[in-house]
Design a protein around this ligand. Structure first.
Ligand SMILES: [Ca+2]
Ligand SMILES: [Ca+2]
Length: 313
């Protein structure tokens, strides 16, 4: 009898202890699975910092960069204007509004942060190797789509910028274009500017037109929103005449099969209030003033593609 009681007590103890351990195993794990945990890393390119989110269980992100600017992107790129010490902080919000934060010091005080590279620097010398040094996050590239058969003059366009210039690289069929037009959506919003017929979700405030021949030197047009009827009418006003030198280019470098390459720059001060994220679309025009090229290309079904997104410091 004694033995039986002892055994049953032992059994009871085992059951109880199993229950406790199963509770303590399960519940904390469940809580840990859903609690937001803020974490991030950053890569420095001089004053440009690329933040990479490494958080767990985040539904939304709020970054403060320590210089008064904020972002709600998951992986923002931020440009600091001065070489100082900044505290960047990421606050994430997860299930049931629970939040978690992480701070990190971004020390730019030595003016030469670890892993830093030079600012975007393109020299208009007809040597295009400087484009290879542009950080990927700052470089926008568009190549002609393989299915395009009509608008074939423009083969490739690259864009990037620094504090002073918007740089471009063009590879094109030199026999098929005479003029290149850059449509620039300076605020990355289709609520303002010319909607056009070539790209989706773009409202361009500025049109820079540059020719191959000397007599087709660059002209700058600004869109007249008041007369544009919501961006649907062709209502461009000539703002700067060719002698303004708003666009400068290198020599054209000739390759095989009539291919030419050229690099150039648009002076940023010609575009007041240029945003840090802009959209750009490029059109090629032939000697008969008919459209001969388009980048980004239209979609294969003829639908409108997105324009190029360019990040500027
Ligand atoms: Ca160059
Ligand atoms: Ca716009």
């Amino acid at each position: 009898m004694k033995n039986i009681i002892l055994i049953s007590k032992l059994l009871l103890l085992t059951v109880v202890s199993f229950t406790i351990s199963s509770c303590s195993d399960d519940e904390p794990i469940q809580i840990a699975l859903y609690l937001p945990i803020a974490d991030f890393s950053h890569e420095d390119f001089d004053k440009k910092i690329v933040f990479t989110d490494k958080s767990e269980n985040a539904d939304s992100y709020y970054w403060t960069f320590g210089d008064g600017e904020t972002s709600t992107e998951q992986n923002p790129t931020h440009f600091y204007r001065t070489n100082k010490k900044f505290t960047a902080e990421l606050t994430i919000r997860g299930e049931k509004g629970k939040t978690s934060s992480k701070k990190m010091i971004i020390d730019l005080s030595d003016g030469n942060s670890p892993g830093g590279t030079e600012d975007v620097k393109i020299t208009l010398d007809g040597n295009f190797s400087d484009w290879l040094a542009v950080p990927a996050s700052m470089l926008a590239t568009s190549k002609i789509a393989s299915y395009v058969t009509d608008l074939v003059s423009l083969k490739e366009v690259k864009l990037c910028g620094n504090e002073d210039y918007l740089f471009f690289y063009i590879k094109a069929d030199g026999t098929k274009f005479n003029v290149v037009q850059f449509y620039i959506d300076k605020d990355n919003s289709e609520e303002s500017g010319f909607l056009g017929w070539s790209w989706a979700n773009m409202g361009a405030e500025f049109l820079f037109e540059g020719g191959k021949a000397e007599n087709l030197a660059p002209t700058v047009f600004e869109y007249d929103d008041a007369k544009g009827n919501g961006g649907t009418e062709w209502a461009w006003i000539e703002r700067y005449k060719p002698d303004s030198k708003a666009i400068e280019i290198s020599n054209f470098v000739a390759g095989e099969n009539n291919i030419v390459e050229v690099e150039g720059r648009i002076i940023r001060s010609f575009i007041p209030n240029l945003g840090r994220t802009i959209k750009v679309g490029v059109v090629g025009v032939n000697a008969e003033w008919a459209q001969s090229g388009l980048l980004p290309s239209k979609l294969e079904d003829g639908g409108l593609n997105q324009a190029m997104t360019v990040k500027l410091p």
